[in-house]
Write a protein that binds this ligand. Sequence first.
Ligand SMILES: [Fe+2]
Ligand SMILES: [Fe+2]
Length: 228
Amino acid sequence: MEILEKVRELVKPQYDKLGCWIHSWMHIEDVVKFSRELAELEGIDPFPCIVAAYCHDLGRIEEELRELRGDLYLPHALLSIEPTIDVLKEVGIFGVNFAKIVEAVAVHSYRVYEGNNEVARILQDADKLVGLGPRGFLDLIKHFGKEDLIDPQEIIKHARDKEKLRGFDKIAMEKIKQGLLLENVIKGLNIKIEYANMFHADSAKQLGKEGVEYLKNIRDQLIFKFGV
Ligand SMILES: [Fe+2]
Ligand SMILES: [Fe+2]
């Protein structure tokens, strides 16, 4: 079996255990897709980038368990290190690729990464790209607002149907009222709009343009509606 296929088979059942839909399998598949695309556009070997994408959020599973148990909070990127090493050992990845993938996973949620590990740079860009556009808005309502305004099963079912997702966004916007949820949603939108200035690769900047504009438009509509 090809190594990438083996990695996929090892990680998928782990992500399938996640309770929260934002970082579920569809998120991972999309980060893999963007990692491959960006690596090709930037002339970088896609292999370690794809493996890093498959492994990057494995720590979310332990994060959820720790939260349930009331254990001390630890960043999920750090919790991803151990399960990533297990996967790499299992499929026989070692040497330079091993080091680059583990570092990429460990730093993937840093706000600023100034190192020159190209796998880490591609992974950060790919992870950000997935959070933009019509589905990015639904993700951030849950992530920053801690609420599901649209049934997550419906979001997952239509995860790749932009038209349908735009419709969900409209419904969600109508449900947002003045108050803490609005404040948190605006905060989340501002963070994601900032991504436009944080991409490492020029190709990521280009790919992210439309998605950032989409979120800017939503933020401006909310500001106009509520005068915040
Ligand atoms: Fe993450
Ligand atoms: Fe992620």
